[in-house]
Design a protein around this ligand. Sequence first.
Ligand SMILES: [Mn+2]
Length: 353
Amino acid sequence: MIMTMRWFGRGFDSVTLQQIRQVGYVQGVIATLYDSTPGDVWDSGKIRAMKAEVEAHGLCLAGIESVNIHDDIKTAAPGRDRCIENYIETLRRLGEQGIDMVCYNFMPVFDWTRSDLAKPRADGSTVLSYDQEMIDSIDPDDLLGSMEGKANGFVLPGWEPERMAKVRQLFALYRDVDEAKLFDNLVYFLKAIMPVCGKYGIKMAIHPDDPAWPVFGLPRIIVDLPHLQRMLAAVDDPHNGVTLCTGSLGSNPANDIPAIIRALKGRIHFAHIRNVKHHAPGKFDEAAHLSSDGSLDMLAIIKALHEVGFTGPARPDHGRAIWDETAMPGYGLYDRALGAAYLSGLWEAVTRG
Ligand SMILES: [Mn+2]
């Protein structure tokens, strides 16, 4: 396991590469060209500059999160093949620079959804939170406003204002896309990109849907083990793999994360490791990484990753906002650094027996 932290890039992230280096428990970062637009070819010079900047700080660029998928690909709109060609060209440019892991998701309209980005806890820290009842009472149009209001001035990944300004249009695009069509469109995309992934050794790692059930009537296709296995079997190539996100899959208490890890042996290319606290069906808070703070058994998760021989990058996922830090919700330095330290400790204990 290579311990990493996500980094959104200079100008977008409140955390610097030097601070990440000083965490000490991480060897690399997972980065992206945050100002890229889905469907466009990434500029080789910008990729090279990003990699050089990361390496100049003594860290490795362990993968990309994300190269986002254009809605034309997800909806099989007429522009789909051109967008896929551009995606392939971006992968080729990443592969030429030795970047070998790409995380992406295939969720319609909303990348991820929370009803509160700063829910206060008794100790004064805040966490991201989800309450299905609250979501059911919100017009999707109004969700952006409520998210932005608590984003501390940062652009949230997947919630770019230009994109969200068109929420109604986006819903119209997906009107006729049911679960079966969305899945077919994913398979079409994966089959098209596998040759370039094979040529450069790029491991694609789909991120599970978050939360792991349909939201706003939109279909979801990566929510549990049967859905993950169906996706892997449909394009049975080792480069077609999974981001094992314990928080997203773990939003549904029925998902047994260690069992899912064992069942996906060899196809987990990236791990997001965080805890959630279940309150009721459809109602959960994000928590500190520590097992006792949430509902997931983090030691059992780390043991399962070790058991399947996981060697890819892992990162602490969303953290709490603590110690008066102002940062993008979930992506402050302090609690993610605590998460990296804790997960590294579990990993050392498990690997050394
Ligand atoms: Mn995740």
